[in-house]
Design a protein. Structure first.
Length: 537
């Protein structure tokens, strides 16, 4: 959201009306009603590379307010230590690095925090941050647009808020089955206080080409922290819905993928939000093997107890929306974890070396993406989140991760671990699996004394002991600290898998480079790295 509009936007966050619920739903849980929201408009864009010519983004001083927090009383801490702490690293597998380069910077019209994420496609890697987008050649790493452009450039000529206002929380995904790109962002019609979910689907494998563009009005309640996923029958999404005075619940929505790929009229179907749910992630498809025919999309959130996850199954029917279901919760027991700086007042507790400010870990939220893969004999989901480290660490934050599996029934825990350092903070992670079942996890890393915000990754191969990760690899070591950044960080990063070989991982994350802003500033730098495990071919 550009600085000129940001104050007006945040003022409008306190104006709200209850959304109209119009279609009865059949659901085992979150029983109630759903709403069907037709697009406000759709059209076909000119090629992005053409619309980007002559664009002159200027530096933005936009600073997002603190991310809306988990409601008070949402979690009940289970007494006891974290039994899944990994005290010693496994030997590091010699993963082969391919590309490693700096991407978008805060100086290039970026907001704070950057919401760094990206995805890899057939020939390109697309990075999107608050509030710009850039396309890179995935062989050379060279940018294919003259410079990062405002995301709203993608909606040039569309008219309305999607074109006029970048309101942040962007996501880009590659739809592997269709060989298309999905680009999303929030926007706001300031005149009537209506929020919009702006979605664009490329008309080819070329991310710099033309797009089918859509704007979905959601009402005047804030659809905060939206996340998306690709599934055969829909693009699935979720957001945390807030009114003027209250948290209304996590709202799961499905977008008509078939219509949007064809460039036809589309609608979204949303299940009634429930304040008992917060921070859903929908499952995002990796690999060439599709989910079982007719399988629902799997939504996951942290449970109300610190030794559980909650899983729901969303089946959408765009022809007869009243037949859509959101079934659950299915409680998945996991090793107990210890909450981190989640008292509602102390959201920023991850230290940097002086004079850096403490930053947010977004503890209490699963970290984007919930990566899904079908191996034939089983289905897997992998996802991480921030927790407190175990007793053998002097750090403030560590990363808990999970692999869930299904062999035809409900998902259950297959393995989990708490990945920590003895001295360094590890947080804001993202993870995925390749076609062999190798797991990679990227993260932010720093310390309170001598490690400026940096980027690491770790991983494991199927033969490694369950719940264990290998020694981390350093992608890039930071040379500056964040100051005057509103204590924000993230709010997410992204690990994706190259569809060309189904082996190469691509990771996008932020760090601090003194070349951009000096040794203390809010001028973050994003970085993109690709690598693969030696036995994946």
């Amino acid at each position: 959201m550009p600085n000129e509009c940001s104050r007006r936007i945040f003022a409008l966050l306190v104006t709200a009306s209850v959304l109209a619920w119009i279609v009865p739903a059949r659901s085992q849980n979150l029983a109630g009603e759903i709403r069907v929201v037709p697009e406000a408009k759709h059209d076909v864009s000119l090629p992005l590379r053409e619309m980007a010519r002559g664009e002159q983004p200027t530096r933005s001083a936009m600073l997002e307010k603190e991310e809306r927090r988990v409601p008070a009383g949402f979690f009940t801490a289970v007494p006891g230590i974290d039994p899944a702490v990994q005290d010693l690293y496994l030997p590091q597998v010699a993963m082969s690095g391919q590309l490693s380069f700096d991407g978008v910077t805060q100086h290039q019209a970026g907001g704070i925090p950057p919401d760094t994420n990206g995805s890899v496609g057939g020939n390109q890697f697309v990075e999107i941050t608050n509030v710009v987008i850039q396309v890179y050649n995935k062989t050379t790493g060279h940018p294919e647009l003259p410079k990062p452009v405002l995301i709203s450039t993608l909606w040039k000529g569309f008219e309305g808020p999607c074109e006029s206002l970048n309101a942040g929380d962007p996501v880009v995904l590659f739809d592997k089955a269709a060989q298309r790109w999905l680009v999303t962002q929030l926007s706001l019609d300031i005149q009537d206080s209506t929020w919009f979910l702006c979605l664009a689907v490329s008309r080819s494998v070329d991310a710099a080409g033309s797009y089918n563009r859509y704007g979905f009005p959601t009402g005047s309640n804030l659809p905060d922290y939206p996340k998306y996923a690709v599934w055969p029958d829909a693009y699935y999404g979720t957001h945390n819905l807030f009114s003027q005075t209250a948290f209304l619940g996590a709202e799961p929505c499905a977008f008509d993928r078939t219509a949007m790929l064809a460039g036809g009229s589309a609608s979204m179907v949303c299940m009634q939000p429930d304040p008992a749910n917060f921070g859903f992630l929908p499952s995002d498809l990796d690999g060439r093997k599709l989910p079982p025919h007719g399988a629902p999309n799997h939504y996951l959130e942290l449970g109300n107890l610190t030794n559980e996850l909650k899983e729901f199954d969303f089946h959408v029917d765009f022809t007869n929306p009243q037949n859509s279901t959101f079934a659950g919760p299915h409680i998945i027991k996991v090793p107990n974890y210890v909450l981190l700086c989640n008292d509602g007042n102390n959201f920023a507790c991850v230290p940097q070396p002086k004079p850096g400010e403490k930053v947010d870990s977004l503890s209490g939220l699963l970290m984007f993406r919930l990566a899904y893969r079908n191996f034939g004999d089983h289905e897997s989901l992998v996802v991480p989140h921030a927790v407190a480290p175990g007793k053998d660490s002097t750090a403030t934050v560590a990363t808990r991760w999970y692999e869930l599996r299904s062999t035809g029934g409900d998902f259950s825990l297959y393995q989990s671990g708490t990945f920590q350092s003895q001295t360094d903070n590890l947080w804001m992670a993202s993870m995925a699996m390749d076609k062999r079942g190798d797991i990679a996890m990227g993260m932010s890393a720093d310390s309170a004394t001598d490690l400026d915000p940096s980027i690491w990754y770790t991983g494991r191969v199927p033969g490694d002991p369950l719940g264990q990760m290998e020694a981390p690899a350093v992608v890039v070591t930071g040379s500056a600290v964040q100051l005057n950044g509103g204590n924000r960080w993230g709010d997410y990063s992204s690990m994706s898998v190259d569809p060309s070989d189904d082996c190469t991982f691509w990771y996008a994350q932020e760090y601090y480079n003194k070349k951009n802003g000096g040794i203390k500033s809010s001028d973050w730098t994003s970085h993109i790295v690709s690598f693969k495990f030696p036995n994946c071919r």
